[in-house]
Design a protein around this ligand. Structure first.
Ligand code: NAD
Length: 296
């Protein structure tokens, strides 16, 4: 409990996650390239750091919550990175969603400094980050996992060690494939209903308790019906995850044809200037094809 925790990356997710650590009584040292974000968390009691290296010098457990692989590489291995300040025996917990192969690469690099790395991406989005009820999928050393499990439980209601380093991010890619395909299937179905002259809200109510019902349907169908595409989870971040899924799939030899189709749908939405919208905005691709709008 008295261990000092370092936290790097105070964005949509990192901010509420770090607030939950403070609420649970942990002392934090934080860093973000955005000083406003750092000031907000330091006003709640966290110490501000000068760089990722400074964070690592002042803590034993270092958490990163950054956009993608290059950002994590830069913060850990780049100039003034974590690797230059970390003490032997420190645990680096990368909670960003990045390419599994990059997790392995960074893990190997920090191992030379005696630092153990876990990859621990999350699912649940901002609302669950605020509530501290994220699903956290972890890859890496079992003993290191034991050292940080309690800490992770202040941010998530489900914390599962899936396997070796990289398996947390493989699990997250599996999650993102299922979510992307679900939203696309829902969109196709709701556009079909609307074009057929059937009220899409009634269709949603009629099917949500049956086999087609899902967490995705309940989270995203009401957003579509309200024409509310405020993120949530942005299309550009989902494109990043599907790019990592396609790269990983091709490297291991597991073709994922449906994912590649949804990737192209998201690319079309990006060309249309919709990449900052919530991924429920996928419905607009189908609406354009069928020339209808799904609404209440
Ligand atoms: P975000 O863009 O809101 O936040 C990223 C933060 O990292 C920003 O504050 C940025 O200033 C900071 N940053 C970038 N480069 C940095 C560097 N080199 N050093 C220090 N700080 C740096 O992103 P987010 O929505 O919080 O997502 C973070 C990760 O969590 C992503 O991998 C994302 O895919 C994943 N994720 C997001 C959600 C969601 O709903 N937003 C849900 C699950 C998982």
């Amino acid at each position: 409990m008295n261990k000092k925790i370092g936290f790097i990356g105070l964005g949509i997710m990192g901010k509420p996650m770090s607030k939950n650590l403070l609420k649970a009584g942990y002392s934090l040292v934080v860093y973000d390239i955005n000083t406003d974000a750092m000031n907000e968390i330091s006003a709640l009691g966290a110490e501000k750091a000068e760089s990722p290296r400074d964070v690592a010098e002042k803590s034993e457990i270092i958490i990163t919550m950054l956009p993608n692989s290059p950002h994590v590489k830069r913060a850990v291995l780049g100039p003034d990175g974590v690797i230059y300040g970390a003490k032997t025996g420190s645990v680096l917990v990368d909670m960003s969603s990045i390419a599994p192969l990059v997790s392995k690469e960074i893990c190997e690099a920090v191992k030379e400094k005696g630092v153990i790395m876990l990859d621990a991406p999350v699912s649940g989005g901002e609302p669950k980050a605020i509530d501290g009820t994220l699903s956290i999928m972890v890859g890496g050393d079992e003993e290191a996992f034991g050292r940080v499990e309690e800490i992770l439980k202040t941010m998530g209601s489900s914390v599962v060690l899936v396997g070796e380093i990289g398996s947390g991010n493989v699990t997250k890619l599996a999650n993102q494939i299922i979510v992307a395909l679900n939203i696309s299937a829902m969109s196709e179905a709701m556009v079909l209903a609307t074009k057929s002259g059937v009220d899409p809200e009634k269709v949603y109510k009629a099917i949500r308790g049956g086999l087609a019902g899902s967490t995705v349907l309940d989270a995203k169908a009401p957003m579509v019906l309200d024409r509310n595409f405020k993120p949530g989870f942005r299309i550009d971040l989902h494109i990043k995850d599907l790019a990592n899924a396609l790269d990983t799939a091709h490297e291991v030899g597991a073709p994922i044809p449906l994912t590649s189709q949804v990737m192209e749908i998201m690319q079309a939405l990006k060309v249309d200037g919709k990449e900052k919208q919530d991924h429920s905005g996928i419905v607009q691709y189908y609406e354009k094809l069928a020339k209808v709008e799904v609404k209440k």
